[in-house]
Write a protein of this length. Sequence first.
Length: 478
Amino acid sequence: MPEPKNHTGAATPRRAPGPENPAVTAAPPREPSAAPPREPSGSPVGEPSGPLAGVRVIDLSTVVMGPYAAQILGDLGADVVRIEPPRDTARNGTVHRTPGMTSLYLNVNRNKRSVRLDLKDDADRERAMDLLDTADVLITNMRIGALRRLGMDHESLRGRFPRLVYAHAQGFRPDSARAGLAAYDETVQAASGLIDVAERAADIARPVVLPTILADKVSALTIVYATLAALVHQRATGQGQLVQVPMADTMIAFNLVEHLQGHTFEPPLAPTGYAPALNRGHRARPTRDGLAMIIPYSPQNHRDLFAAAGRPDLADDPRVNGEKIDIVRDGVALSEMVESVTPALTSAEWAEVCAKHSIPFGPVLRLEEASADPYVREGHLMDVAEHPTEGPYRVIGVPVAFSATPASVRRHAPRPGQDTEEVLAELDRRAAARARPEGTGPTETRLTEARRTGTRRTEIRPAEACPAEPGASEASEH
């Protein structure tokens, strides 16, 4: 068995030297008859990696948008404590080994500790407040009405926690007529114009939803960068603030970057819509042995492509012999010409031709073959790890690399409430330390001391130390 690699999501040469972290280690794919790989049983206490080491995030969110944002902060080194919701649709689904531990849940909840608290219970809600007293950031996507009923909206909390960065994600702006409406990825795609441009590009009677939860994921990334900006302000001033991330606003701004086009000007100079993206021939091309994205942009790109395909007659076409390509006028016709010649070569042959002539080229990655793709494998983007209750599973890697503070995957996605005892014990030790008379012993817990000095140690637990909580049941409804 090869030596386990630290699961950082980056190829080893791109990582800065640092301590190995055995909490989530890569394991080779196993044959069906092989014994499941095991992780190291002796895990030392090691320095956490990542630029956000020493930052604590409370994750009070569900499904994808909020949890994905909190997970990214965890990948970057933050200590993320998830207050386990009573119901989370990310735990629903038929693809799992243990009920509730679905692939979607595993993919947006690693690098977190799960605490079961019933926020409708006064004592548990006060425990949540104790957690917020240790936190730098709160991320929530609960509706504002539910937050107000619990006394956990920003207005209720800001006096008690003036340093807290309160990141609230919702479907629509809270000061709009749509505030409080249920919002899902599909409805936000519609509200942001994405379905409109998909219809225009495909020339179809029934608009389609883009087959990825784009609004959720783009909004999650927006939560991350907005939270990081607020943390910079917090470090400079000692003050927190409310950060609001409405999905609809986020996706309208995202979509209009290129598609506003002529309506950028007042009065409009041209229609909306980015012509290259709306070109109906803008699609993967058939090659002799498969599909590839072959996109010649310049006149020279077209001429080189036609010549390589053995069609010098097309290379002489006046539409590819001017100073530029007129996408609006000739885009569809030229796309059909390109598609008529791409079956002349194999995908590998086209890859060589396109590399030689700087023609944009990309192989079509089949999702079921992704784990075997050399680019994916060498970048550790889908390593196999051993979950303590779910067994071997593929971990989606961290896509960024830091030279000095490498991000990492340190914890598996937790079982519901798995870390309740550990986290609440930390709070009890903190309260006891505060209650000691001055001069009788340490007056700060290790977590508080770490935040004050800017350093922190994280206890890395191996798989065997993270069993499922026996008899665990879902938490009460928020």
